[in-house]
Each structure stands twice: as C-alpha cells, then as structure tokens.
Design a protein around this ligand. Structure first.
Ligand code: IMP
Length: 183
C-alpha cells in the first residue's frame, strides 16, 4: 500500500520506499564487508521486522541464513512496557554462530535488552543488532547497535512493518501517525 492511500492518517511522511531501498543498499554492503568469509545468521523479530528482513537480506551479496523469533511486549497503544514473553523461539542452535538480530525499530530499547541477554546466554560467536529505525530515547539505554537505518524523531510512526492496532504494516514507506487516529 502506498503512503498516499493513507495520507489523512499521517501528519507527515518520514521515508519513502525509495529512501528505504537506498539506505538498505548501503547497510547491506556494509554488512557484506564486515562479515566477509563468514556465514551470517539473520534473526528477525516478528512481526515488525518482516519487511526489513526481506529487503536487507536481498540487498546483501553474501550467503546468509534466516530464522525468526516472536516476542510479545506487554503494553497497549503506543507505549512499550519492556515486559517480554517469547511466543516463538528460534529453530536454529546459535552457539558458535555469527548472529545479527534484525529489528524494525528501537524505541526505549527495553524489548531488545531482554532479547539480547536471552540470546547471549546461548553463546553465539558474535551477536550484533541491525535496526531499521531508532528513536532518541534508545540512546539512553546501553545497547550497542551496530547498524542503524535511520535515526528518527520521538514520534509514533507506522509503515514498513510498523503497526498501530495491527494496521499500516503493509505501507511501503514510513510516516508519523496523526494523533486523531489514536486519541
Ligand atoms: P522498545 O522496547 O521501547 O524499544 O519498543 C520496541 C517495540 O515497540 C518495537 O519492536 C515495535 O514493535 C514497538 N514500537 C516502538 N515504537 C513504535 C512506533 O513508533 N511505531 C510502531 N511500533 C513501535
């Protein structure tokens, strides 16, 4: 779905499909260089990371494997609570593997902190993070994020995998949700 189709629900567009494609080409090339000669396991966090996982992996030129985790972050509406439960675990044993967690967005970083300590306990050879979007508040938490698509303002955004109440994930770009939609 094009951003134009929901323009009444957005206060503004942050990034178009073309902006995202351009940035992922750069990040994909960087990952290829950083992991040259090693076979990376990309771990996507469902549901939001579906789009970035599909596009990032195709922007890469090296072989990689993919696996998925589903977690529920308790909280409602537009606030994250940081209380996390694993709904679907990995099918892959990651011990001794080079793992790159692929995320849609880091807001407070609470969800990812939990996930990273959980994955670290499985003793991967390396464990890094790629996120498509990162909000300023995330910078206050001590999570080392190796690859960031875009740093964005502290607003609730939708599209490119990011939802509000289950909708807007299938937008081809990202925009700020208008307050009238959630207030
Ligand atoms: P955190 O734990 O605060 O970093 O939040 C992480 C999760 O909250 C993300 O994986 C998203 O599912 C959701 N989230 C945070 N900010 C937004 C947003 O602006 N739009 C849609 N979902 C968001």
């Amino acid at each position: 779905m094009d951003l134009d189709h929901v323009s009444d629900d957005l206060t503004h567009v942050l990034y178009s499909q073309a902006d995202i494609e351009r940035r992922l080409a750069e990040v994909g090339a960087q990952i290829d260089r950083d992991y040259a000669g090693r076979e990376l396991l990309l771990v996507g966090v469902l549901n939001g990371a579906v789009m970035v996982m599909a596009d990032l992996s195709r922007a890469m030129r090296s072989h990689c494997e993919m696996d998925w985790m589903a977690i529920s972050s308790y909280g409602s509406g537009t606030q994250s609570s940081g209380v996390v439960r694993i709904l679907k675990d990995l099918n892959t044993d990651i011990s001794g593997r080079d793992v790159l967690v692929v995320e849609d967005i880091i807001d407070t970083g609470l969800t990812l902190s939990y996930l990273m300590s959980n994955l670290q306990s499985r003793e991967p050879a390396s464990l890094e993070i790629m996120t498509m979007f990162r909000k300023p508040e995330a910078l206050q938490n001590p999570i080392d994020v190796k690859y960031v698509g875009f740093d964005i303002p502290n607003e609730f955004v939708v599209g490119y995998g990011l939802d509000y109440a289950g909708r807007y994930r299938n937008l081809n770009g990202v925009g700020t949700l208008a307050p009238h939609v959630y207030s």
